[in-house]
Ligand binder design. Structure first.
Ligand SMILES: C[S@@+](CC[C@H](N)C(=O)[O-])C[C@H]1O[C@@H](n2cnc3c(N)ncnc32)[C@H](O)[C@@H]1O
Length: 210
């Protein structure tokens, strides 16, 4: 295929859309869906998480919702393979300057610490193997730490996303089973109640046993 007609790679697509990403997902209501996950997590834990990792952070929308609900300083690590997305994530108004790491979910075992909360929104759709990715996310947690996920589910809207962005979609029961196989407990599928997130995605919370 001549270069002019070749489909852009995933990293080219995200680089191209990075500058508008935050505005687009805000318009579609994704930060509200992430707020629901953050509130569910905060209600279930005894104290706010100190160390938080957002794996595949994009513009930082999910981390922003979690950090906003913590009363204590949060040490936030934002990880994404896209420099353009990380640049957008740095622009959010953080109370504490986050660490930004250029990397992939597949590399998180190389990070120097474990995290009280790991966030991962709409990234498992892009990794090669759900089982491996879930184990990597679970291994990044401290004992008692929580994993918060947002993952695309089968729906005609997600079929469009697949055509455009190559997104896979997973049935909630398959995500819950994969969380259990990764050794996590307290698994909760959290339905998003309105707007596009209610059609495209489902949220999840699970905990690493102490
Ligand atoms: C659909 S966007 C979601 C971004 C953000 N989590 C949000 O909810 O707005 C997917 C993000 O995952 C990143 N990404 C793609 N492959 C990845 C991988 N293997 N590991 C980590 N991040 C990845 C992309 O660069 C992009 O920023």
């Amino acid at each position: 295929m001549p270069p002019a007609l070749a489909r852009p790679t995933l990293s080219q697509l995200y680089a191209r859309h990075a500058a508008r990403w935050h505005h687009s997902i805000t318009h579609l209501g994704y930060p509200e869906a992430y707020a629901l996950l953050a509130e569910t997590d905060m209600a279930a834990r005894q104290r706010p998480p100190r160390y938080v990792l957002d794996a595949g952070c994009g513009s930082g929308a999910f981390a922003e919702q979690v950090v906003a609900r913590g009363s204590t300083p949060t040490h936030l690590t934002l990880l994404d393979p896209s420099q353009e997305m990380l640049e957008q994530a740095r622009k959010r108004e953080w109370r504490e300057t986050p660490d930004t790491v250029s990397g992939r979910l597949e590399d998180i075992s190389a990070l120097p610490r474990l995290y009280d909360t790991v966030l991962c929104a709409h990234v498992l759709e892009h990794t090669a193997d759900l089982e491996t990715s879930m184990n990597q996310l679970a291994q990044a947690l401290t004992p008692g730490g929580s994993l918060l996920l947002a993952v695309s589910k089968p729906h005609w809207c997600t079929a469009l996303l697949r055509w455009r962005w190559g997104h896979k979609a997973y049935r909630p029961e398959d995500i819950c089973a994969a969380l259990a196989r990764a050794g996590l407990t307290g698994i909760n599928a959290i339905r998003f109640v309105k707007g596009p997130p209610s059609r495209t995605s489902c949220g999840y919370r699970a905990v690493k046993p102490v």
